[in-house]
Design a protein around this ligand. Structure first.
Ligand code: PBG
Length: 336
């Protein structure tokens, strides 16, 4: 045989030299849940907490010590602050604006990503404003643009619309620029699928959909070309970064995006992806850290430049990252 590919796998040193994809702490965005209430564990997401907004500062300092540079905030809103229109989302003294200002005051160089969508704030749990049984696109876009402005005023570095309404990136870009926030970036959830993997997130937020689903705005998991159309529109509307979500079941979409668009691509390794691994880990079926490293490496290999993941904190705390290179593979050191 002239060609023996195993030669490039014969030692740790050679494997590292030829390794095509690396994971680094700078690839991660930590999603964080915030509440007005005392800090509390989230039952279906072992290791993840709903943080009281004051405690969140200390927790984020800890993440920054571990090397995390970016966080994305998701609120758990008390039901007394929810209504049909999600009006609490634009309150300048609301939970998220308050948390963003505190974070930016304490940790000015941290990148704070504010999510734009109404579902944490609406009694019906939809991302926009309902008219009859469906979410009304253009009314929702107006509300979402105002929410984006509220987040920018509080100091968000990046606005991340996760609602999947048509035209919302342009509306957000316009309102931000009009008010002098042309430096604030938009990371659009461009290809967000109507996924079953969001279930633990929805229960963490206490946001349950009332007798309905999000299929009239989130993408059909069967479709690939439609994701490209969404990406193209968001590029035209002025997005700075494009997201694919969830991650592992949509690696083909990440790869399409990476090859098609010149913008940075990110992926959201979502709550269900985290919860499944943790449940198996806690049942003694597999090792969570090794599986997370392999999964995150795969998401990067597919084309994501950065990844929103609940696993970041655990991997960093367990000091797994430097070993990311090797733990995902079987060692056949020294053998040809
Ligand atoms: C809603 C939103 C969802 C997630 C982030 N933003 C859920 C949904 O669309 O119902 C899911 C994140 C996760 O599962 O980790 N705007």
């Amino acid at each position: 045989m002239l060609k023996r590919p195993r030669r490039n796998r014969k030692s740790e040193a050679i494997r590292s030299l030829v390794q095509e994809t690396q994971l680094s702490v700078t690839d991660f965005v930590a999603p964080l849940f915030v509440t007005e209430r005392p800090t509390q564990a989230i039952k279906n997401m072992p290791g993840i907490l709903r943080h009281n907004y004051n405690d969140l500062i200390k927790h984020t300092e800890h993440l920054v010590d571990l090397g995390i540079q970016a966080v994305a905030l998701f609120p758990c809103i008390d039901s007394c602050n929810k209504d049909e229109l999600g009006s609490y989302a634009i309150r300048p003294d609301g939970l998220i604006p308050k948390t963003i200002s505190l974070l930016k005051k304490t940790l000015p160089s941290l990148c704070v990503i504010g999510d734009v969508a109404l579902d944490p704030y609406t009694t019906h749990g939809h991302d926009g404003i309902l008219q009859g049984l469906d979410v009304h696109n253009d009314l929702s876009v107006q509300a979402l643009a105002k929410q984006a402005l509220t987040l920018a005023r509080a100091g968000a570095d990046v606005i991340a619309p996760s609602d999947m309404m048509d035209g919302r990136v342009l509306a957000i870009r316009k309102i931000l620029d009009l008010h002098g926030f042309e430096h604030v970036s938009i990371c659009s959830y461009a290809a967000k699928y109507a996924s079953n993997y969001y279930a633990p997130f929805r229960s963490a937020l206490g946001s349950s959909l009332i007798a309905s689903d999000k299929k009239s705005y989130q993408l059909n998991p069967a479709n690939r070309k439609e994701a490209l159309l969404e990406g193209e529109l968001d590029v035209e509307e002025g997005a700075d970064m494009l997201m694919v979500k969830p991650a592992l079941s949509y690696l083909d979409i990440i790869s399409d995006f990476e090859r098609t668009f010149k913008l940075p691509i990110c992926a959201f390794h979502v709550s269900g992806e985290y919860a499944m691994v943790m449940a198996s880990h806690n049942a003694g079926i597999l090792d969570a850290d090794h599986v997370f490293l392999e999964s995150l490496l795969a998401i990067k290999r597919a084309g994501a430049s950065f990844i929103f993941t609940y696993a970041a904190e655990r991997l960093l705390e367990n000091n797994r990252l430097e070993r990311a290179i090797n733990t995902a593979q079987c060692s056949v050191a020294g053998q040809l």
